[in-house]
Design a protein around this ligand. Sequence first.
Ligand code: OXD
Ligand code: MN
Length: 612
Amino acid sequence: MNALSSDASKSAIHPSASGSSLVALNRWVAEVAALTRPDAIHWCDGSDEESEALIAQMQADGTLLPLNPDTHPGSWLHRSHPDDVARVEHLTFVCTSEQDDAGPNNHWMAPAEAHAKIDALFDGCMRGRTMYVIPYCMGPIDSPLSRCGVEITDSPYVVANMRLMTRMGADALARIEREGSGQAARGGPADTFVKGLHSIGELDPERRFIMHFPEELTIKSYGSGYGGNALLGKKCHALRIASYQARSEGWLAEHMLIVGIENPQGETHYVAAAFPSACGKTNLAMLIPPEGYRRDGWKVWTVGDDICWMRPGADGRLYAINPEAGYFGVAPGTSAKSNPNALETIRKDTIFTNVGLTADNQPWWEGLDNGQQPVTDWRGNPYDPAKGPAAHPNARFTVSAKQCPSWSPMAEDPQGVPISAIVFGGRRASLVPLVFEARDWTHGVLVGAAMGSETTAAATGAVGVMRRDPMAMKPFCGYNFADYFGHWLSFDTPGAKLPKIFHVNWFRKGDDGRFLWPGFGDNLRVLEWMIGRVRGEAGGVETPIGTLPAAGDLKLDGIALSEEAEARLFGFEQAGWKAEFDSIGEYLDGYGSRMPQALKAEQQRIAGLLAD
Ligand code: OXD
Ligand code: MN
């Protein structure tokens, strides 16, 4: 029986008993149905008709509320359960056979115990609900770098989001069937795809787990409808499972944006940058050049805003794809100043989650700064500033990447884009200068491993607390960080033409607590310096922590920096860095003997220089 109610939906969404020619897939779907006991099963084909029917159903039951059709055509508001608004790192587990393989960076549970615990929650949980089977492909459908998965969920909101965030439906299923039967013909297992099982359960924080079984290419997520916990293609597959797979297959799955910077000569350099959640990856990926740069012919091309899969090409360079097809961006703070391209992207066909509303039903969030005022908060109550912000600090928009004015057609290139520079960065109010360059790959890996940042609202827990977030992968690496750093180091082989590695900090503050760097579009000035370094043209000053630009090495025309700002953004503070390197040493030691010697040696080399 079908759980859908509207007439429109009846014709397009129909229960189907067996949806695939791949026996292994049908068998798994049948096993899940036997456990969860849904009233109906729907295999998603990704068609417009299917999407319209689902949306009609969600409008009818209040899951989606229509926004102002004149200002935001085709757009919807979803209000989540108020206790289900962010990733839950304390409930997220990596379940490898050996605890050490998950490492001190992950919560671990033995696979048998984890399956038993979560399967008990899944038992009968889809009674009265429809079970959706979503075949999806992470990356361009015809790319050898892409990987496929199937998510089973009882949430139509998840289906609608997966349709925007992944290549979902018939084409993905065809690839899964092709790969599965090909592998079976070679005598291997036919389930080459990642199996993701999700239920919103009761949305009870006490009955919530996000479990990963990387050795089985399996994810089980129960009790949350929030993006990072529920859209299993994203953090669970494209980062945790993929990072594990990438290690054995010789590639990298990273929490990085990918942006193309085209100079006035028409040469485009692609940069991959890792910043922790809610630290401006989307803004940097969609940057609009300052006016002088625009006049001179600089252009910025968005390939991805959150995840990057990279592997060495035949020429020794690293080639990257964005495995995602959409953006799941943080709404608060997005404005005509911080990210005009994002505002343009979300003018239509967008799902907003947990934003406030204006009197004429437009989405609203803190920092939107468009002269309008909210009347309803994210919980659906009349807005009262005394009771908190109108939008939840982790309110999100979900939208197709192709709607972005700076969207790069190279995002569809099956070979990916060659990476000229890798950038690491965090939110650091003190010590860390605007930018520095690592002297070589090993030093660059240490720079990434030592990354620290203040926590944000993207995960539950305290905000603004400084923690080590190596390569912005603390919540997302599917295996022991010590092995992960070793894997990064292993790319430095004879013949490799690796990107240069940099570190940036847009968030340095002055004594008055205000940011010292204007950020946003002006960050292109820093990217220009990096490209100059890649081309061997830009100047810099060598210090124990790497090469820093002198203020004069960056084009700073049109921005007025105070003396304090210049000193802190371009300065090197020996005593502070000495303490920082002692703390980095302690951090690396926390991983015991598994930590690669080469990384410890690099930390000690620099600590030695700082002691002088
Ligand atoms: C995200 C995150 O949603 O990092 O991208 O939390
Ligand atoms: Mn992210």
